[in-house]
Ligand binder design. Structure first.
Ligand SMILES: [Zn+2]
Length: 339
């Protein structure tokens, strides 16, 4: 199906695939949240030894939950990004088999090896895991609100701005990694294939949901061997990091990345109108009003973005370093958004 290293040791795609999963009763634990668990529990053939609910992703909380978890062979993550990340953290720390069951496609946590955790509210990626299997049960995923599944395209559309950034860094001799134009070509093919499935994604059909999952897996065939996510993460994500630290709250990942694509593709002068039209067509939300972001906060965030990036040594060279964000630019850009 997909060539190359996808990080997914095995996968089961299909409506009803969770109910066909054979798990050793009493020898696995589940990490989840209330709503996904309500939908998933009746579909499981076996009962888990324990169910751990996500509290928050701060390292102290994760360590406390880990210490209290019973001895089992397998950890099954059922839910969105945080439920899966908690499962990954436990699987990594204890050397357990990981089963990933996304109930929503809003983030790509279920196909990436590292667990996204927080240390003092700052994102950090730790550990190394592979789902075995990854269970993509379309019926289960469709229990989530459609706009949250559609949010999953955010991390694929970000290829558009991220590849521009990497290309910019490569040409300036400022790429932090060996610059590989073939990776950019490959990533842009994934972007084009995703954009060709707009109708199916908007309607959350099996085909549309599969397109998102396969898009993520294909991105991994580039990013895992390279050892970085440069083709899908760039300036559009950096705006999100700044806003998250500034406002000290979380966002629907694909939506905030969508806002980043809107603003940073404009700064890049990189087919901005086309990307905005596509986000509207596929139904990806990106408006500040959708995320309760106030105009003053977004304005301050944009004006601070360059010094924010400069203050973080782990962030890459992007358009933010090359083009100044002026108050006049911010005024013009924000006039096209809804608050
Ligand atoms: Zn992302």
């Amino acid at each position: 199906m997909i060539e190359g290293n996808t990080n997914v040791r095995s996968a089961r795609f299909g409506a009803g695939s969770l109910s066909e999963l054979d798990l050793d009763p009493g020898n696995f634990l589940v990490t989840t949240m209330e709503v996904p668990w309500r939908h998933a529990e009746p579909r499981l053939k076996a009962r888990p030894k324990a169910v751990l609910f996500v509290e928050n992703m701060e390292i102290e909380t994760l360590e406390r939950q880990l210490a209290a978890a019973p001895v089992v062979d397998t950890v099954v993550g059922i839910g969105g990004g945080q439920a899966i990340d908690l499962a990954k953290y436990i699987a990594w720390k204890r050397g357990l088999r990981l089963v990933s069951v996304p109930t929503i496609l809003s983030v790509d946590a279920f196909v990436t090896p590292a667990a996204g955790i927080r240390r003092d509210h700052r994102v950090e990626y730790v550990g190394q895991t592979s789902p075995d299997p990854l269970v993509i049960d379309y019926d289960l995923i469709r229990t989530a609100p459609p706009e949250l599944n559609i949010a999953g395209v955010g991390d694929l559309l970000s290829i558009h701005t991220a590849c521009f950034d990497w290309d910019l860094a490569g040409r300036a001799g400022k790429s932090e990694y060996p610059f590989r134009p073939e990776d950019i070509t490959h990533a842009r093919a994934i972007l084009a294939d995703t954009m060709a499935k707009a109708g199916a994604i908007r309607a959350c059909t099996d085909e549309g949901l599969r397109a998102i999952v396969e898009g993520y897996m294909r991105v991994n065939t580039i990013c895992l061997p390279a050892g970085h996510y440069r083709v899908e993460e760039g300036s559009e994500h950096y705006l999100f990091y700044e806003l998250e630290e500034r406002l000290q709250r979380s966002f629907i990942h694909g939506w905030i990345v969508g806002l980043g694509i809107h603003l940073l593709s404009r700064l890049q002068e990189n087919r901005h109108a086309e990307m905005v039209a596509f986000m509207d067509e596929v139904g990806l939300r990106y408006q500040p009003a959708d995320m309760e972001i106030r105009r003053g906060d977004l304005e301050a965030s944009l004006l601070n973005l360059r010094s924010y990036v400069a203050g973080r040594r782990d962030l890459w060279h992007t358009v933010i370093n090359e083009r100044e964000i002026t108050p006049a630019w911010v005024n013009e850009a924000l006039a096209t958004l809804r608050f």
